[in-house]
Design a protein around this ligand. Structure first.
Ligand SMILES: [Fe+2]
Ligand SMILES: [Fe+2]
Length: 283
């Protein structure tokens, strides 16, 4: 497929990939600084299944709160607006693209394991680097490869061609996407995230997780996810869609400036936290 078709393909994606109504409402409400916690709680409560999923996630070992969170209002008080929005996003997007139990060319179970591990690693890196709002880093990592699952869902045949090429040539999925489609999952993910009015930082991180310097003011955050992605592949957490480990971007490596000891400690933390997160998404 030539790159000239890119616009046509991507506008089709905008029509096809729509966020569920409740998630969409929650994004709009939380994007408005004047909104109240009550409005957010009311919007989430429209969906009983989502409400119980959010509570389950908020009570998972990943957060480790000693006290049980029993209502959405309580969850908002404890976790805050942004975290609740992120949980709604995580649950809604996971439901849209959950593994369906059928054997598939693109390994969705492995994909979500990779995404979850990357969310956890991004959060651990953010903590290590003294970034504020480390919980935000979780959603950057969780959704960084959104474009892959969007392509697999809405452009299944084209994406099957990508996966076959990865297997034939044992190349990076991103290189196969460029060869078959003329664009990559980062571009697709960035466009979809933009259409969904997700926070600007999240859009930038999704769009530039393979090229952090292009994220400009969000470069440090994109570099965190870039590094998390590579580390998860290096220690085989999940499946990013190929068997190769991408090269670390030299500027991202320099910017984060982690020494050998920190990386070693991080790998241990990653494995421990991934085990704790198992009840987070019903993978
Ligand atoms: Fe990626
Ligand atoms: Fe990835």
């Amino acid at each position: 497929m030539a790159r000239t078709n890119l616009k046509k393909q991507l506008s089709k994606i905008s029509d096809l990939a729509t966020l569920p109504v409740v998630a969409n409402n929650v994004i709009q409400i939380t994007n408005n600084p004047k909104s109240s916690a009550l409005e957010v709680a009311k919007a989430i409560s429209q969906d009983a299944a989502l409400t119980s999923r959010i509570l389950k996630m908020a009570n998972s070992a990943m957060y480790g709160f000693p006290q049980k969170i029993t209502t959405i209002n309580h969850a908002i008080v404890i976790l805050g607006f942004a975290n609740i929005r992120n949980l709604v996003l995580a649950a809604s997007i996971y439901d849209m693209f959950a593994p369906n139990g059928q054997p598939q060319l693109f390994d969705r179970v492995g994909f979500w394991e990779h995404s979850l591990a990357c969310g956890i690693t991004s959060k651990l890196l953010a903590k290590r680097l003294g970034i504020k709002n480390i919980e935000e880093a979780f959603i950057w990592g969780l959704l960084h490869d959104l474009g892959k699952i969007v392509l697999d869902t809405y452009f299944h045949t084209d994406f099957a061609g990508v996966i076959k090429l990865v297997e034939e040539k044992n190349i990076l999925i991103r290189d196969a996407e460029m060869e078959v489609l003329g664009y990559d999952h980062a571009e697709v993910g960035g466009i979809v995230a933009g259409n969904w009015n997700l926070p600007q930082t999240l859009i930038k991180v999704i769009r530039f997780h393979h090229a952090p310097p292009q994220a400009n003011e969000s470069m440090r955050l994109a570099a965190i996810v870039h590094m998390a992605d590579i580390f998860c592949r290096a220690i085989d957490l999940g499946n990013g869609g190929d068997r190769k480990i991408p090269c670390m971007h030299p500027e991202a490596w320099e910017l984060l400036d982690l020494d050998k000891e920190s990386i070693k400690a991080l790998f241990t933390e990653m494995e421990q936290e991934v085990i704790k997160s198992q009840a987070f998404l019903p993978i």
